[in-house]
Design a protein around this ligand. Structure first.
Ligand code: ATP
Ligand code: MG
Ligand code: MG
Ligand code: MG
Length: 469
């Protein structure tokens, strides 16, 4: 069985052999886009190359890019635990053409890789195209021999990609794998597509236009290609699994976590196992790229991710901090491909441990109060927003945890009530601001960092992030 590490390598080698420069993943904190919270796709580090503002000494590249989707336009935080295919942290394999090859070669490269090298059965694959993109539909028929009914035309923005309100844009084509009728869900574009039977593995973007103004779109003189394939998703397919969380690397983290928690890795805690494994990866990779938990911006997203994982450790009955104990397993699984993990091991371990230790009391108390409150509700009844706000404001219990817990019980949160209470509080706070006391916590993070040493930051120009490996 091909390991995930082998599959990453096979992808990079396949495109290197076809003239692509192998470029290292860029950091999770994007350096060229202050509007973007985290790097969320392979193309991020090449944005300026696509727009022509920057040139490189190659016009084809291949990467395995670290991505986090836990905020902003792409936010998969709430999906984690509940779908077989979403992570907050994942690797996106991508091949890129900067004004070099276009649609026909991109489809040919992808098809030959998955059906040739990877040996996927053709009758399990289907492709979507943008409804107006007759060219792509014809190429799928010609190159892949896909029958008409497995080339699905999608009229929505799901199959039209744009960098922003202006800039490069174009139709895209998503390749799906059919995991079979035993899994619920319909093909893309159908009303029940949200089931997990048909899983999108690869997205090919055909950048052929430039949106000059909101009303004017022109053809790009030299169209480009941007693709993204989820490493964990293709690994699942190649390892004969339906669920991303059953691939080798994820499974080992889940086993380590189940063992540390003293529970069955295959038992009743499926959602919690997924959340802990995913969030451990996201947290550790973010810390390795210089993010520390705090109460705002990126650090706040990191803190939310960590706290959500801690709550799931609690569900599994852990009384002692769990996450930091799993760092060695992660470093073993992924440290070779990402040496920054090993360098940040001490910092990540200390940070996770301290955050979990400090949060424990808040978590225990909040859960107790919330369970008293939900105990008073009828089945499926929503929780009053005032109560959620009190938990948040008085007891420091994060509202996204409250929402996550309610969701597990089939209840909604009265968000409007929560927002109203929050607004009232803000108005009062504006009048007389006195610190929340949390600043002291943040100081502690910097003390830890000083103690164990921050991840070495070499400055972007001297790292290999941009260079050809
Ligand atoms: P989906 O529709 O399944 O949410 P997407 O269309 O949002 O996926 P893209 O933005 O096209 O995803 O990203 C390119 C590829 O990256 C996808 O085809 C998929 O293989 C992978 N991918 C996207 N989001 C995730 C995620 N949250 N976890 C794991 N892999 C992902
Ligand atoms: Mg998505
Ligand atoms: Mg999609
Ligand atoms: Mg897609």
């Amino acid at each position: 069985m091909a390991t995930t590490n082998d599959i990453r390598r096979a992808f990079l080698d396949y495109f290197s052999a076809r003239g692509h420069a192998e470029v290292a993943s860029s950091p999770l904190v994007p350096r060229n886009d202050p509007t973007l919270m985290f790097t969320n796709a392979g193309m991020v580090q090449f944005k300026n190359v696509f727009t022509g503002q920057e040139t490189r000494d190659y016009n084809r590249a291949v990467t395995s890019q670290k991505c986090v989707r836990a905020g902003g336009k792409h936010n998969d935080l709430d999906n984690v635990g509940y779908t077989a295919r979403h992570h907050t942290f994942f690797e996106m394999l991508g091949n890129f053409s900067f004004g070099d090859y276009f649609k026909a070669e991109a489809i040919e490269f992808a098809w030959t890789l998955i059906t040739g090298e990877f040996g996927l059965p053709k009758d399990k694959l289907l492709a979507t195209v943008y409804a107006e993109d007759d060219e792509a539909a014809a190429l799928w028929k010609k190159i892949a021999g896909l029958p008409e009914e497995r080339i699905i035309r999608i009229p929505t923005s799901d199959n039209f990609w744009a960098m922003g309100d202006t800039g490069p844009c174009g139709p895209c084509s998503e390749i799906f794998f059919d995991h079979g009728p035993s899994i619920p869900g319909g093909p893309p574009g159908s009303p029940d597509e949200d089931g997990d039977r048909f899983i999108e593995i690869w997205n090919l973007v055909f950048m052929q236009y430039e949106q000059v103004t909101p009303d004017e779109r022109v053809n790009l003189p030299r169209p480009s290609i941007d693709t993204g394939m989820g490493l964990e998703r293709i690994s699942a397919v190649l390892q004969g699994k339906h669920d991303n969380y059953e691939i080798d690397t994820m499974r080992r983290i889940i086993e380590a976590s189940a063992e540390a928690a003293g529970v069955d890795p295959d038992g009743e805690f499926k959602v919690s196992h997924r959340v802990v494994a995913d969030h451990l990866r996201a947290s550790t990779f973010l810390i390795a790229d210089g993010v520390l938990p705090s109460n705002e911006g990126r650090g706040y997203v990191l803190r939310r991710i960590m706290r959500r994982a801690m709550r799931h450790a609690h569900i599994m009955g852990c009384t002692d901090p769990l996450l930091h104990r799993l760092v060695p397993t992660l470093v073993r699984e992924m440290g070779e491909a990402f040496p920054e993990l090993g360098r940040a091991q001490a910092l990540a371990t200390e940070t996770l441990k301290l955050e979990e230790t400090r949060f424990k009391e808040t978590l225990d108390r909040g859960l107790r109060i919330l369970s008293e409150e939900t105990g008073k509700l009828g089945e499926g009844q929503a929780l009053n927003g005032e109560v959620a706000f009190k938990l948040y404001d008085t007891y420091g219990f994060p509202v996204d945890l409250t929402a996550d817990i309610l969701r597990g019980q089939g209840r909604a949160l009265d968000q409007a009530g929560f927002d109203a209470a929050m607004e009232r509080q803000r108005a009062a706070a504006r009048k007389s601001w006195s610190g929340s006391g949390e600043a002291a916590t943040d100081r502690t993070w910097f003390e830890v960092r000083d103690k164990v040493g921050a991840t070495e930051f070499l400055g972007y120009d001297t790292t290999s992030a941009e260079g050809v490996v």
